[in-house]
Write a protein that binds this ligand. Structure first.
Ligand code: PMV
Length: 322
């Protein structure tokens, strides 16, 4: 179904939101059908859609320097896929799409998924498409494909539903498993930004090649990871942050073996641990992007964030399990 609207007929503005996210456990493993645990962030991207004379995309999101330029082509491709999934022809129904919100976009915060979910929600409202969250999530997943060919779906799921999520991709194309986890109380975290933007598409492809070349090594890593994920789920549900931290460190160790860390991430992880974080790891694609440190309590969060800032890196103070 396609929608053709004359720009002068309807001039309302519609909006939608998508949450940023952080992956606590299982980036990359999730691509291979292993479980991952992600938490939505309090910060979000807001998309507004209005009729226009000519199609226009205005990106007013706060961003890490270089991020928008680096991702521009992928963003254009992603938006095309979103419009297609919604049956909207922006040549015939020109729109002005504006992205804003308080999610500072960087590699690792699920920025692309937050934006895809926000645009899908805004289009749903604008064209009265009658989509429920499950359909919004499907559209956001289509949008994610513009950023990399084979997204696991974890980012768009967190962006659409929010909360703390246990996620398993169904590799046969069926419904993914998605369970909402409830922690006894929210817990503070610090995200440290390397300032480096990495390409998810390229890094996911590298891991695939590396796995093909080192099958035994990856079999061992995957088996170890499954134990980590199961234990992490139990520890999060109990609110046992000491164990969660230890398991994050172990998860980081495995990601390191998969060549996904870099000097900047190692410095961030070390700084967080040295200043009392019970656990720290890279989060998201790796080889840049973000580090997540578990920092229960506001005082520890402040101490770790300050130490990272002293090293010259930007930080985000937020909570998981909200
Ligand atoms: O860098 P991010 O936040 O977009 O996370 C990517 C997570 C991967 O597992 C590497 C890819 C995926 O599709 O899940």
């Amino acid at each position: 179904m396609n929608f053709y609207l004359h720009p002068q007929i309807v001039s309302t503005m519609s909006s939608g939101i998508g949450y940023g996210k952080t992956i606590l456990f299982g980036e990359h493993f999730v691509v291979y059908g292993l479980p991952a645990i992600a938490s939505a962030l309090g910060s979000k991207t807001v998309a507004t859609v209005e009729n226009a004379i000519k199609y226009e995309l205005v990106d007013d999101r706060p961003a890490t320097p270089g991020y928008k330029k680096e991702k521009f082509d992928e963003q254009v491709e992603s938006n095309k896929l979103i419009y297609k999934a919604c049956g909207i022809d922006v040549e015939k129904t020109p729109l002005k799409v504006t992205l804003a919100g308080d999610l500072k976009v960087a590699s690792g915060v699920g920025a692309s998924a937050a934006s895809a979910a926000a645009i899908a929600r805004a289009l749903n409202e604008h064209f009265d498409l009658g989509y429920d969250d499950a359909r919004i999530n499907e559209v956001a997943y289509e949008g994610e494909k513009g950023y990399h060919g084979k997204p696991s779906g974890i980012d768009n799921t967190a962006a659409v539903y929010g909360g703390l999520i246990w996620f398993v991709k169904n590799l046969s194309g069926g419904k993914n498993t998605m369970d909402l986890l409830k922690m006894p109380k929210p817990v503070e975290i610090v995200l440290g930004n390397t300032g480096l933007t990495s390409s998810t598409k390229e890094v996911v492809e590298d891991v695939k090649k590396d796995r093909e070349a080192h099958k035994n090594k990856y079999d061992r890593i995957f088996t170890e990871y499954i134990h980590i994920a199961d234990s992490a789920k139990a520890a999060l549900l109990k609110g046992d942050m000491k164990s969660v931290g230890r398991l994050m460190d172990q998860n980081h160790g495995l990601l390191n073996e998969m060549n996904l860390s870099c000097d900047e991430l190692e410095l961030l992880v070390e700084t967080a641990r040295d200043h009392g974080a019970p656990g720290a790891k890279l989060t998201g694609t790796g080889r840049g992007g973000l580090m997540i440190a578990l920092t229960p309590g506001k005082a520890l969060q402040e101490k770790v964030a300050k130490a990272i800032e002293k090293e010259g890196f930007e930080t985000f103070r937020t909570r998981i399990g909200v």
